[in-house]
Design a protein around this ligand. Structure first.
Ligand code: 5GP
Ligand code: ZN
Length: 109
């Protein structure tokens, strides 16, 4: 999906600092980090938002969480925050589902 910046990153058409990828998941550094470590973990397949998930995506969401664990371990994080913003009112600005992984340490909530 060429209109989507995260799809373009997955396809290598847009630069990004990639930290992890497998068959279904892609992870890269956020361009405007809100914490010393700020990684975005996304499905390679375009899903606009968490509210668009279907029953068939249950395993995929598990894979996103497992990828987050791997990235956190890879980066030596002891504790971290995982965040998904859903819809404009939830703070979502990029409409390709993504899990924020924040650490090192995280800002006070
Ligand atoms: P949201 O506000 O949708 O939950 O998060 C979108 C995130 O994507 C923001 O933290 C923003 O800094 C990041 N972002 C937006 N465009 C790009 C980009 O082109 N490259 C990277 N690496 N991050 C981006
Ligand atoms: Zn996309």
């Amino acid at each position: 999906m060429d209109a989507c910046v995260f799809c373009r990153i997955v396809e290598g058409k847009e630069p990004a600092q990639v930290v992890y990828q497998d068959e279904e998941v892609f992870a890269f550094k956020d361009i405007h980090p809100r914490a010393p470590v700020h990684i975005l973990i996304i499905p390679k397949r375009h899903i606009a938002s968490a509210k668009d998930l279907s029953q068939e995506d249950a395993t995929l969401m598990g894979r996103l969480l497992l990828a987050a664990n791997r990235v956190a371990e890879q980066l030596g994080l002891q504790g971290y925050r995982e965040l998904i913003q859903v819809g404009r009112e939830g703070g979502q600005t990029v409409f390709h589902l993504h899990l924020h992984l924040l650490g090192g340490p995280v800002p006070v909530w």
